[in-house]
Design a protein. Structure first.
Length: 254
């Protein structure tokens, strides 16, 4: 039986995963068309199709109001430690004196400080993905981003299910310099590297032990847009590549 190299296994695993999740800048959600298509395929394989609609819950004779975004997000798990502010910031810290989460990305996540630079957005989004802060990922996404959804509840649910990189550990962010756009001072770019470490993909029983613990470096060139009225930057798009053998010259999120 043919035995694949570890790099080949990781390439297969990563290429499947990033089709749903990338980019980091990051892209703010899964490729919705891909998810819908493959969800349908999985349901058919299980012998199921569309679920029958269940009767609406009622409250005094009326349909119960839909849950608010806050109610939905409150049920999501996060990876935020109890003493988060005293912990090293997942992004690595914005300066030598601001290494702790409480001095770095924490104030941005709590809306105590505005993201007035592209690097602010990049670092805070990396930390938000690392610690599973879904609302911040949504709030820091520009409305022109291909993954932006006006239905924020549906968007949050989609991110929670498919888009939070739960199969990887966030190891390292290495941001490059900021580049202002040639046509507008309200457009800019950053190229950066992210190192991810694969967790044990237990659903791949035959190869999970070969993939678990393997690291890969993702390179992304992200595009950011600034609100000319507030000066706040948000993430708009990105092109992603990996150093995994077999994927080096492939744009993973096209």
């Amino acid at each position: 039986m043919l035995r694949l190299k570890r790099t080949s296994l990781l390439a297969l695993y990563l290429s499947h995963f990033v089709t749903i999740n990338l980019a980091i800048g990051f892209t703010a959600g899964p490729n919705h068309r891909y998810v819908k298509k493959h969800h349908t395929i999985r349901q058919a394989a299980k012998g199921g199709g569309k679920k029958k609609a269940s009767p609406a819950r009622t409250a005094k004779g009326f349909g119960a109001p839909p849950p608010t975004l806050e109610e939905v997000i409150s049920k999501f798990r996060t990876r935020v430690p109890d003493d988060a502010d005293s912990q090293p910031c997942p992004c690595g810290g914005r300066s030598e004196t601001d290494k702790l989460y409480g001095d770095c990305c924490g104030p941005l996540h709590r809306n105590e400080r505005l993201a007035l630079t592209m690097t602010d957005v990049l670092r805070s989004r990396f930390s938000a993905f690392s610690w599973r802060l879904i609302k911040y990922v949504m709030d820091s996404t520009h409305e022109t981003c291909r993954d932006y959804l006006e239905d924020r509840v549906a968007w949050a649910n989609s991110l929670n299910k498919y888009g939070m990189f739960d199969s990887f550990e966030f190891v390292r962010l290495q941001p490059g310099p900021e580049e202002l756009g040639l046509e507008s001072e309200n457009e800019g770019f950053i190229e950066f590297n992210v190192t991810l470490r694969a967790k044990d993909p237990s659903y791949l029983e035959d190869v999970s032990t070969l993939i678990s613990g393997q690291e890969t470096k993702i390179t992304e060139r992200s595009r950011f847009l600034r609100d000319p009225n507030t000066g706040v930057w948000t993430y708009a798009s990105g092109e992603v590549r990996s150093n995994v053998a077999g994927l080096e010259d492939t744009s993973l999120n096209k």
